[in-house]
Design a protein around this ligand. Structure first.
Ligand code: AMP
Ligand code: ZN
Ligand code: FE
Ligand code: FE
Length: 287
């Protein structure tokens, strides 16, 4: 069935992970930005779904329930968007709990190392995490800002939180292929996020893309500020070759990142394909 929405932002974050808007504020911001449909995709958590769903009628913005799953490929991390999966899927519940646990413990280790050089404590980080279910470097960054050690979150990522600074620690996450399989098993649609963030902007190696497609990949996030125009062109060709869904988004984090809502959007016929492939939960539609 054709979808009735035309301004669709398929990737956003709230305070349930590392965004600064509550789910209600996100839905209101989406309405103000002129969007009529957004996907909520917090990192490794769908704790924001309930509150965002309750704001659909109020704002008139349709809600695609999703998340952004962390995965690990060698030394690099790859993010896998997951749309409309069943939130009661036991395997996905256990997998995300394991990732969140590992990510938080490793954040504690990063802070312990940083505390040798800077006046930062784990309590400072927890103060920034508030209602976050998924604690990571963004919250350490916010603590560094609050302590006056850096001007903003992005500066913290460029400086102390960069692997080059020597405090960085890795964390457990499944392989991208295992993530794709787990999302499909839960009735969701896996879409690989912002390929421009990997391999120094070069995107996904052809062998990796083929392996993901073989595992059941549904789509590629083409419209994203981390994908160069040249990479976007290549990704569109890749998507055509494998008959994959093409999405676009802002990756909005409130004041945590400069990305404005609706910076890139998803075509209605592409969202329609996501809806057609999903068997977990429906889109929440305003009356
Ligand atoms: P971590 O997964 O704990 O290593 O932290 C990396 C995450 O920080 C990524 O998923 C980014 O989306 C997120 N992040 C949030 N704000 C920023 C920012 N201003 N610069 C870089 N990464 C950011
Ligand atoms: Zn994030
Ligand atoms: Fe991401
Ligand atoms: Fe994101």
């Amino acid at each position: 069935m054709p979808v009735p929405w035309t301004k669709i932002d398929a990737h956003t974050h709230t305070s349930a992970s590392d965004g600064t808007d509550t789910p209600t504020e996100l839905m209101q911001a989406a309405a103000h930005a002129g969007l009529d449909c957004i996907a909520l995709t917090d990192h490794d958590s769908w704790a924001g779904w309930g509150e965002a769903s309750a704001a659909v009628q109020l704002t008139g913005v349709a809600l695609v329930r999703g998340m952004e799953l962390s995965t690990q490929a060698g030394p690099g991390s790859i993010h896998m968007l997951a749309y409309l999966f069943d939130p009661n899927d036991t395997a996905l519940i256990e997998l995300t709990a394991e990732i969140r646990d590992s990510r938080e413990h490793r954040a504690e280790r990063i802070v312990a190392r940083m505390a040798e050089d800077f006046p930062i404590t784990w309590e400072d980080v927890l103060e920034q995490a508030q209602d976050a279910r998924s604690i990571g470097r963004p919250h350490i960054a916010d603590a560094l800002v609050a302590l006056g050690l850096v001007p903003n979150r992005s500066a913290a990522f460029d400086q102390m939180l960069s692997p080059k600074a020597g405090y960085y620690q890795p964390y457990y996450a499944p392989s991208p292929v295992d993530a794709v399989v787990a999302i499909r098993a839960a009735g969701g649609v896996p879409v690989v996020a912002h390929p421009g963030a990997y391999a120094h902007g070069a995107g996904l190696a052809p062998e990796r893309l083929r392996a993901l497609v073989d595992a059941g990949l549904g789509g590629i996030e083409v419209g994203h500020r981390l994908n160069s125009p040249q990479l976007q062109q290549q990704l569109r060709a890749d998507a055509a070759r494998y008959n994959l869904i093409v999405t676009g988004s802002s990756d909005y984090h409130g004041t945590g990142k400069p990305n404005p809502l609706g910076e890139f959007t998803t075509a209605p016929n592409q969202l329609e394909r996501i809806i057609d492939e999903a068997t977990g939960v429906p889109v929440i539609v305003p009356a």
